[in-house]
Write a protein that binds this ligand. Sequence first.
Ligand SMILES: CC(C)(COP(=O)(O)OP(=O)(O)OC[C@H]1O[C@@H](n2cnc3c(N)ncnc32)[C@H](O)[C@@H]1OP(=O)(O)O)[C@@H](O)C(=O)NCCC(=O)NCCS
Length: 151
Amino acid sequence: MNLEIKTAKQKDLPWINGTYKTIDFLPSTLQDEIVAIAYADGVKVGLGRIALCGKDSCELGGIYVHPDFRGKKIAKIIVEFLLKHAQNDVIYCIPFEHLSSFYESFGFTKAKNDLLVPMKIKKKLEFCKKTYSEPTLLLVMHKQNTFKIIL
Ligand SMILES: CC(C)(COP(=O)(O)OP(=O)(O)OC[C@H]1O[C@@H](n2cnc3c(N)ncnc32)[C@H](O)[C@@H]1OP(=O)(O)O)[C@@H](O)C(=O)NCCC(=O)NCCS
């Protein structure tokens, strides 16, 4: 299987939002966000996104892989692609609880819903609580800038 990850374009929006609709995920607009699409032998089989949520922060989410293609590390490759493209210092993620170790393997850690958390993330947490029967968690990652010079 040839797997490729590409950044979504406007023409991909109907497929993106058609897919998200089937799993009750919020739609994408491609404004202030990057959507990554996974192609297996040229066919769209998965996606994920990072969206701005504050001045220096973004949210990783919307990770989905078609049932026929699960267990092949496609979600892992999508997350790695998105983290590489994230320009922000702080990255939030609100996954289903049973997937916490998957996200923690990238460096996410559990976070408190305190004053530092952007309003957009607080609202998303409320949305998740209301919408999904499965419990969700708030995770955060601080991107290390390895080229930072400390004087
Ligand atoms: C969750 C989902 C994206 C995983 O996709 P996938 O391509 O099969 O995942 P991968 O093959 O990349 O597996 C990555 C890791 O997640 C773990 N994982 C995958 N599905 C899991 C599940 N249902 N429960 C617990 N762990 C799971 C795998 O064991 C793997 O861990 P490992 O690297 O230690 O072996 C996919 O099942 C899906 O689309 N589910 C419906 C939408 C969803 O729940 N999205 C996530 C929202 S937080």
